[in-house]
Design a protein around this ligand. Structure first.
Ligand SMILES: CC(C)(COP(=O)(O)OP(=O)(O)OC[C@H]1O[C@@H](n2cnc3c(N)ncnc32)[C@H](O)[C@@H]1OP(=O)(O)O)[C@@H](O)C(=O)NCCC(=O)NCCS
Length: 187
């Protein structure tokens, strides 16, 4: 039995779907871009083996019930232009962390907002989460704005939490509760 309920697709510009080996080139185009991973805890991908490694790790984490990632594409187009994920899921506390990335060519059109709104509907609906969290570099303004537009609140600033390639970075820690999301979407 799947550890996650099926994702429910809504209407709009965006479709979310499972990733497969057929998406390796598109994923490499996204995560091989230094601008996309600029605020992440890792380096840009250098080849298809990085994509295969992520897909294998995703499958193991999915089977264990700890994480799930879907590809984001434009409706009626199969090519993946981004991903959304939930990870560090705690079933007993009904919480998880959220992750997301979009190819640079797709930035600035509100597409991730649409994708994340669907993702939150599913996470707080069929999946039954009580709380979602996000760990963001305070300098990643587009990501912070994306979260705030969905109703996430900054709950703390964790100093010098990451050291990536010798550079030290803080974490802006965000949270959103199911009842806050439901109050926003039922207005
Ligand atoms: C974060 C990300 C997914 C946002 O996706 P997007 O579809 O381009 O987002 P939007 O077009 O809705 O823009 C989000 C907001 O940030 C603002 N913004 C974007 N770039 C900005 C910048 N450089 N400075 C200030 N504000 C910026 C936009 O004006 C918008 O604000 P608004 O909601 O008040 O209008 C995308 O930038 C991305 O993939 N970044 C790289 C990966 C990443 O950092 N992921 C998150 C890790 S925590």
């Amino acid at each position: 039995m799947s550890p996650f309920p099926p994702f429910i697709q809504r209407h709009g510009r965006i479709a979310l779907r499972p990733l497969s080996d057929a998406d390796v080139d598109a994923l490499l185009a996204i995560f091989g871009d230094p601008e996309v991973v600029r605020y992440w805890s890792g380096s840009p991908w250098s080849g298809p083996e990085d994509a295969h490694r992520m897909l294998a790790a995703d499958r193991a984490a999915f089977d264990a019930g700890g994480a799930i990632r879907l590809g984001v594409s434009l409706r009626d187009e199969n090519r993946v232009i981004g991903t959304v994920s939930l990870f560090n899921r705690s079933e007993s506390n009904r919480r998880a962390e959220i992750g997301y990335a979009l190819a640079r060519s797709a930035w600035g059109r509100g597409l991730m907002h649409e994708a994340l709104a669907q993702w939150l509907d599913w996470a707080f609906g069929p999946l039954g989460l009580h709380r979602l969290e996000a760990d963001v570099d305070p300098e990643n303004v587009a990501s912070r704005r994306s979260l705030e537009r969905l109703g996430f609140r900054q709950e703390g600033l964790l100093r010098e939490r990451w050291i990536v390639g010798g550079e030290v970075a803080d974490t802006a820690f965000y949270g959103l509760l199911a009842r806050e999301w439901q109050a926003r979407t039922q207005r």
